[in-house]
Each structure stands twice: as structure tokens, then as C-alpha cells.
Design a protein around this ligand. Structure first.
Ligand code: MLT
Length: 356
């Protein structure tokens, strides 16, 4: 198939895709370049940071599949995708654990003043007595959005001896029981905000969540609390955050992995504050998570190839010698469409498939 990879993904997955597909990579392409490259593509693979707008997709009449190599879909015009019957595959699980781990890294960085400690020591200042921090144990961890990622964060918080409060939209008794089993007590959003020593955000960016953490929310937070955002930049009103950190009485510090503006060369006004830790949207950026996502991309492509083969191939014997073993198993799973006879052909353990 003809694939456009618009964001950097696991290099091994790209190499494997190239073995069977016609692949074009366009990382950081301009809008014009992107529009010209997508013109004949059947598959688009992307992460966050790439805007998949209706205008872009309307340049791609052959587009059948978008693989979102991660979780959030706020960068994709879902309405266009639905109306044009484009298949959308998300791969949320592998990145979730990595994001949860970074949430903890940032919480500790804030509570123990790690970045300032590092900077001081690099300048020769052994500031042991200026660097008293706070413990996590015994503190309240508040999770706004106790879904997939939020639940991992809550579970880790409970293991660190924190009291974990979380909120989700319309939780069923089953979800509440499952979260309780992980040490997360569900309550309403207002209580989470009011009681949290560490308030961690894990909601998708939607019209309902845009700027949901604003000046009014900061004024209701506990004195000496911290905000951690690994959800989406647009969920926090960053101007209000700046004000809360400089003039407010509640927030002690904030750590942001996601930002309202995410682009090379941009420096946030928050970067001037010593009680802020900033990272460039690296939540899911571990070798393991990206490798797992790469593996899932290959599986999705194989199932797509198998689906097309079964549904679009005329009922005649076809050699599938160029198909990898994974495709073979997917085809086998669709047993009512195919049966197989194994042959050896050109040193390849080829399978002949007769599609009915
Ligand atoms: C995600 O939504 O999965 C994360 O933001 C990671 C990414 O796509 O870069």
C-alpha cells in the first residue's frame, strides 16, 4: 500500500513497512509539502504535533486508513474522518505506561527541586541546605481523568503511599470498583481540585476540557499544591497558570510536558519561572513504548492487507509469497474466505491462497 509517515516512529517499524509497502516519510513538512505528498496515499501514520485537517484530507482521495501512533485524536478532524469512511486506528496502550512514569518523574522533580539542584551544582554551588523538598508519601494525589493513563498514575501513587483521589465522567459502578482495587477513590472534580497536593491532568483535549484548568480553578487549589500536565497544552490556561505561580497563593509549582504552543524555537513565558519544570511532549517517548507502537502499526497494516486481499481479490489462485507469516495467520483467521496449500517456491515458504 502507499503510506505516508508524518511523524517520527520506531525506525525498525519504518524499515519493515518499506519491505512490503511504498513508504514516504515527511517529518516536519510544511503544509504545502504535506498536501502534495498525501495526494496519492492510502495510509497516513501520525503522532501528535501534526494537524490532520479536513483541508489536508480532502487532498487525499485514496486515503483509507489513518494510524494514530498514540492516544490523542485532538489533531485530527474526526468529523471528516467519519463522513468519508476513513478507518482510524489508535494505539493508546503502549504510551500510557510511559506517560504515567514521566508523570512521576515530574512530580518528584517538583517536590524535590531536582532541576534547581542540578543547575546549582553545575555552577559549583553545593546548596544542600537551600534545597529542602517535600515527600510524596502521605500526600494527596488528585487525578483529573482517571482513564487509561490516569489509572496507571493513580496505581503508582498508591504504591508510593499517597492517598489517591480521581474523577472521571459518568463512572459506572464497575469502573469505580476497578479503580478502587487500584487504590483510587473516585469523587467529583471539585473535591479532587480542593484536596490535591499534586494535581495531575489526564483528560483528552475537547471543547469541554479546553482551558478547564483556569484562574478560578487555581484559586480553589490547596495552598502549597503542584500542577502536573501530561494531557494536552490546551487543557490549561497558561496565562492564568503564570499568574497563579507568580501572584497567587495556592500553587507552589508546575510541571508541563504538553504546551499551548509546541514548536521549535518557541520559548514559553513559564520558562522564566524557577518553580516550573518543562519538557517537550516526551511522555510516550521511551524506546520500549515506541517499539511496541511500531509492532502494533505492522499488525494493523497486515490486517489491512489481509482484509483488502480477501475482499478485493478475484476468486482465483494467488501466490502470497510476498506476504509475511503474520498476514498468513490473519488470512487463516478469516477461514470462511480462504483455504491454503503450502508450496515451496523460489526458496520461499510460499502459501497459495484461493480466495472465494
Ligand atoms: C499521544 O497522544 O499518544 C501522545 O501525545 C504521544 C504522541 O503522539 O506523541
Amino acid at each position: 500500500m502507499r503510506i505516508l509517515i508524518a511523524s517520527s516512529i520506531d525506525p525498525e517499524a519504518i524499515a519493515k513497512l518499506r519491505e512490503q509497502h511504498e513508504v514516504v516519510c515527511a517529518f516536519n513538512a510544511s503544509e504545502e509539502k504535506f498536501k502534495s505528498l498525501i495526494r496519492d496515499r492510502e495510509v497516513l501514520i501520525c503522532r501528535s504535533g501534526v494537524r490532520i485537517s479536513a483541508a489536508l484530507m480532502s487532498c487525499a482521495p485514496a486515503l483509507q486508513l489513518i494510524i494514530r501512533a498514540g492516544s490523542g485524536t485532538d489533531n485530527i478532524d474526526l468529523d471528516y474522518v467519519r463522513r468519508h469512511g476513513i478507518r482510524l486506528e489508535r494505539i493508546p496502550e503502549p504510551g500510557a505506561k510511559a506517560v504515567a512514569e514521566l508523570t512521576f518523574a515530574l512530580m518528584l522533580a517538583l517536590a524535590r527541586n531536582l532541576l534547581n539542584a542540578d543547575r546549582m551544582l553545575r555552577q559549583g554551588h553545593f546548596a544542600k541546605h537551600e534545597l529542602s523538598g517535600y515527600s510524596l508519601r502521605g500526600k494527596v494525589l488528585g487525578i483529573i481523568g482517571a482513564g487509561n493513563i490516569g489509572a496507571f498514575v493513580g496505581e503508582m501513587g498508591a504504591a508510593w503511599g499517597m492517598k489517591v483521589l480521581g474523577c472521571v465522567e459518568n463512572p459506572s459502578p464497575e469502573v469505580a470498583a476497578e479503580l478502587a482495587g487500584k487504590g483510587i477513590q473516585l469523587t467529583d472534580c471539585d473535591e479532587v481540585v480542593a484536596k490535591a497536593d499534586f494535581l495531575s491532568l489526564h483528560v483528552p483535549l475537547t471543547n469541554a476540557t479546553r482551558n478547564m484548568i483556569n484562574a478560578e480553578v487555581f484559586s480553589r487549589m490547596k495552598s502549597g499544591s503542584y500542577l502536573i500536565n501530561l494531557a494536552r497544552g490546551g487543557v490549561v490556561d497558561e496565562a492564568a497558570l503564570h499568574q497563579a505561580l507568580t501572584e497567587g497563593k495556592t500553587l507552589r509549582g508546575a510541571a508541563l510536558d504538553v504546551h499551548q504552543v509546541e514548536k521549535e524555537g518557541h520559548i514559553s513565558p513559564l520558562a522564566a519561572l524557577p518553580n516550573v519544570v518543562l519538557t517537550p511532549h516526551i511522555g510516550a517517548q521511551t524506546i520500549e513504548a515506541q517499539r511496541e507502537i511500531g509492532g502494533r502499526i505492522l499488525e494493523i497494516m497486515d490486517s489491512m492487507a489481509a482484509y483488502k486481499f480477501v475482499h478485493e481479490t478475484k476468486p482465483s489462485p494467488v501466490s502470497t509469497k510476498f506476504f509475511p507469516a503474520r498476514v498468513e495467520s490473519v488470512l487463516r483467521a478469516t477461514g470462511r474466505h480462504c483455504h491454503f496449500t503450502e508450496t515451496i517456491e523460489l526458496n520461499l515458504n510460499a502459501i497459495k491462497c484461493f480466495a472465494f
